[in-house]
Design a protein around this ligand. Structure first.
Ligand code: SAH
Length: 353
């Protein structure tokens, strides 16, 4: 009895994760077994509709369904807990097939629903103001596990998601290959066909990732978490800056703009007496001078146990006015889901409430 269970679990583990394959990879995979391209098209289309078993793929011959069942697994996730904010934002604690848990958030905007997805279990980056850094890094998420968050959320809420931000737990460019595959899978025309421009990827400044991403020319939007306009301050709050300083970071942003012709969105959290003076604003305007950029000012969300606090509203306004005076495009981000710890930087590996 025990033995047969063991055999079964080994065979499940050794099955290939078919939902992590891009369409081109699926075509190559099937080619090895002399399966025609149109079959890859059919399977890719079923998978993108969220079908969870090969025997539901009605247009495939029975033998083929059985053969796929023995070779491939279809990854899905389950909702463990759901928290609803007074502003309508919903945070989900999601269980992955191996039992690990991650957080994702659904936000309602005028234009539709947007989901904020996690890319790793835990985060290695150590940003001092971010709750995601307070929990241990466990592992990268596979493309299929990032897709599973999207699917389970839209299924649970019965809503079509129009925008995706990769701004949950984790550093997308520290899990580069899987994140790029995720984007390729969801934008594929014969799959979910989500517009690339509706996908935003946010990085703390891993510059080789920014450059590679520029070369991919996927059309997705790039956000850079800047949060300081001088190396001294940035070194203190974002350890990544000691590896890739501001000069290197801005240089990689210039490369991105040159290659893609796209505007960059810089995220800037305002932290009380750390990075929020009028002089910081002038320095910031100067730093991004000549870049086609947009600055998104984020009133800091308070993190339990953190030494950093939100700037007072008057200083946020002065900061924004100073940037505008220097010709910078600015918005102040509306904070959603604060009451359920679902705002930027409040997500962690284990949901707290
Ligand atoms: N690692 C990526 C994506 C995850 S963080 C990155 O750094 O961009 C998503 C966004 O939330 C980033 O802009 C991050 O800096 C911001 N954030 C983190 N902690 C925050 C806090 N306490 N208040 C407001 N925003 C925060």
């Amino acid at each position: 009895m025990n033995n047969s269970f063991d055999n079964r679990s080994t065979s499940i583990c050794s099955k290939k994760d078919i939902k992590s394959m891009t369409f081109d990879e699926l075509v190559c995979e099937f080619k090895k077994f002399e399966i025609k391209k149109y079959r890859a098209d059919q399977v890719f289309s079923w998978l993108s509709k969220g079908v969870g078993a090969f025997n539901e793929m009605a247009n495939l011959p029975l033998e083929m369904r059985e053969s796929f069942e023995s070779k491939y697994k279809i990854i899905s996730a389950k909702i463990f807990k759901r928290f609803v904010s007074a502003d309508g934002t919903v945070k989900f604690l999601i269980t992955l097939p191996d039992g690990n848990k991650i957080e994702s958030v659904l936000m309602k905007y005028k234009y539709g629903y947007s989901v904020c997805l996690s890319t790793q279990i835990g985060c290695k980056m150590g940003c001092k103001f971010c709750a995601s850094s307070s929990t241990k890094f466990i592992r990268n998420l596979s493309p299929s596990e990032i897709i599973a968050q999207l699917e389970i959320i839209s299924k649970s809420e019965n809503e079509k998601v129009s925008n995706i931000t990769l701004m949950g737990v984790g550093e997308p460019f520290d899990n580069y290959e899987n994140v790029i595959k995720f984007i390729k899978i969801v934008i594929a025309q014969n799959g979910m066909a989500i517009g690339a421009r509706r996908i935003s990827i946010s990085t703390c400044g891993i510059i080789n990732g920014i450059k590679k991403f520029a070369d991919e020319k996927l059309g997705a939007t790039l956000s850079v978490s800047l949060h300081a306009s001088d190396d001294h301050t940035r070194n203190a709050i974002m350890p990544i800056n000691r590896k890739f300083n501001l000069y290197k970071l801005i240089d990689s942003c210039r490369y991105y703009m040159h290659m893609t012709n796209r505007r960059i969105s810089f995220e800037y959290i305002l932290l009380d007496n750390i990075n929020d003076s009028e002089n910081d604003a002038k320095q910031l305007a100067n730093l991004i001078l000549g870049l086609s950029a947009h600055v998104n000012l984020i009133p800091a969300n308070n993190i339990e146990g953190s030494y950093y606090f939100a700037s007072p509203i008057k200083r946020i306004e002065l900061f924004a006015r100073t940037l505008i005076k220097f010709g910078v495009n600015v918005t102040v981000r509306r904070t959603l889901g604060n009451d359920i710890n679902a705002s930027c930087g409040q997500l962690r590996r284990i949901a707290v409430q």
